[in-house]
Design a protein around this ligand. Structure first.
Ligand code: PLP
Length: 451
């Protein structure tokens, strides 16, 4: 396959880079310079030329409490004054311990779960890698080293490191590295009713078909060889806010339990309140064995993500070596943890998860009123403040628009010209993923801004 410079999700209104003035920073593209943002406050970005842009996507669903929060800045500075850095091999700090405790015992979380430990890293990709290694070690310690397979879906983005990319299906990003990826990964169909449920099928029948396929795949691999099934409760970047059909995750949980396979949920994008509940899986009536959260955890104020680990996995380690031999220099970084703790305290105190659910209802209504009849808007879907418009050439056949790079990019540009930042996706990916634009404003977004 030929790699063309067409991957979407690059910056908007790019300026061509002249050879003579080439920046030192390696951007996504060598020949285009992204917009420079000179300041940001609340739900708005201010560009270098003074233009104000409503941050309608929070980067990619990152900015949950908005930009420029003084309380967070004060907490960051206070932690820097106390301890800016120590290595987790020998030390810990209160902020990291408190943040872990808050994740396990969050007042906004409605689900009864059995999580026991939290592991902090600096990105979603690292979190997925750590969760995959931890899951493998869980079985290894119990003498089940034959369990090597991860099963994921052909509509998934779990990150860019070799491990996380191996279980992702963002085909354009994988092409140059195909022969470097993990060998024991298998993919099943996405749970993506808009494109893949048959017209004659009920939701329950579609769900049953997907579950039968998953079980057949487990059996083909030998279920005793499978470590985990990895999925996003609401799929973000690849197809745009795609929730699975009702009953899907409970049935997946049942299958995993039947064969002793771990359920690994990726809530890097959809977690931390974004869908209107603290964890997105709370709306699915399941509890995973391991869940990863990221973007909304630090709200963009710090690069931080977390692996939230069930008692079952921790007990597995406890009865074995009791050591998770993984680690990064900046894991549980004191300043990142203190910053995220301040963000999460604001989210709790201001009841922003509940606000996100409420404002989400308004956003849904506005999107349906505004785009429901649009010629090229095939689907409007989402939860909380996590919404997408999927673009199609023909609403009846749902056939994609012909542009290789995706209509979403054009919509992103048009919205930007009107002063709103959106996040495009899909398009090129692999024919499984919808051509869409993502709308994910901060939880503090005002009614006036949405309108
Ligand atoms: N998982 C999901 C669902 C994501 O959306 C992303 C990033 O967009 C990642 C993992 C990777 O996170 P990061 O970019 O922080 O490595």
């Amino acid at each position: 396959p030929i790699l063309t410079p067409t991957e979407p999700s690059t910056a908007i209104s790019k300026t061509p880079i002249l050879e003579s003035a080439s920046p030192s920073l390696l951007h996504r593209s060598l020949f285009e310079q992204p917009q420079t943002v000179s300041s940001a406050s609340g739900s708005y970005l201010t560009l270098h030329d003074g233009r104000q842009i409503l941050d309608g996507c929070g980067g990619a669903a990152v900015a949950c409490i908005g930009h420029g929060n003084e309380e967070v800045m004060a907490a960051t500075m206070a932690q820097m004054r106390k301890v800016s850095y120590v290595h987790t091999l020998s030390y810990t700090v209160d902020a990291a311990e408190e943040l872990a405790h808050l994740l396990l015992h969050n007042p906004s979380s409605t689900n009864a779960h059995d999580f026991e430990k939290v592991y902090f890293v600096s990105s979603g990709s690292e979190a997925n890698d750590a969760a995959m290694k931890l899951s493998r070690q869980f079985f290894f310690e119990q003498g089940q080293s034959q369990r090597k397979y991860f099963v994921a879906r052909r509509q998934a983005y779990h990150g860019n490191t070799i491990g996380a990319m191996s279980v992702s299906s963002f085909v354009a990003r994988k092409i140059p590295y195909e022969d470097m990826l993990l060998p024991y990964v298998s993919f099943v169909s996405p749970a993506y009713a808009y494109q893949y449920a048959q017209a004659s099928e009920s939701e329950a029948q579609y769900c049953a078909r997907l579950i039968a396929e998953l079980e057949a795949e487990f059996l083909r691999l030998g279920p005793e060889n499978v470590i985990s099934f990895i999925a996003e409760p609401v799929v973000g970047a690849t197809s745009g806010c795609v929730a699975s059909p009702r009953g899907y995750f409970p049935a997946v949980r049942k299958l995993c339990d039947k064969y002793g396979i771990l359920l690994h949920l990726d809530e890097i994008m959809c977690g931390m309140g974004r869908t209107g509940t603290y964890f997105a899986f709370e709306q699915e009536e399941v509890v995973p064995d391991v869940v990863v959260v990221g973007k909304g955890l630090g709200g963009g104020y710090a690069p931080i993500a977390a692996v939230v680990i069930s008692r079952k996995i921790v007990d597995g380690l406890r009865s074995g070596s009791s050591v998770f031999n993984h680690g990064h220099t900046y894991q549980a970084h004191p300043v990142a943890c203190a910053t995220a703790l301040a963000v999460q305290r604001i989210v709790s105190r201001e009841r922003l998860v509940q606000r996100c659910a409420k404002m989400g209802q308004l956003l849904e209504r506005l999107l349906r009123e505004t785009f429901g009849e649009s010629k090229y808007v095939g689907d409007i879907r989402g939860r909380g403040l996590f919404w997408a418009l999927e673009f199609v050439k023909d609403k009846a056949t749902k056939s994609p628009l012909p542009k290789a790079i995706g209509f979403g990019l054009g919509v992103q540009q048009a919205a930007f010209d009107l002063g709103v930042a959106l996040y495009p996706g899909g398009g090129t990916v692999d024919g499984v993923n919808g051509d869409h634009v993502l709308i994910a404003p901060p939880y503090i977004v005002s009614e006036a801004d949405l309108t």
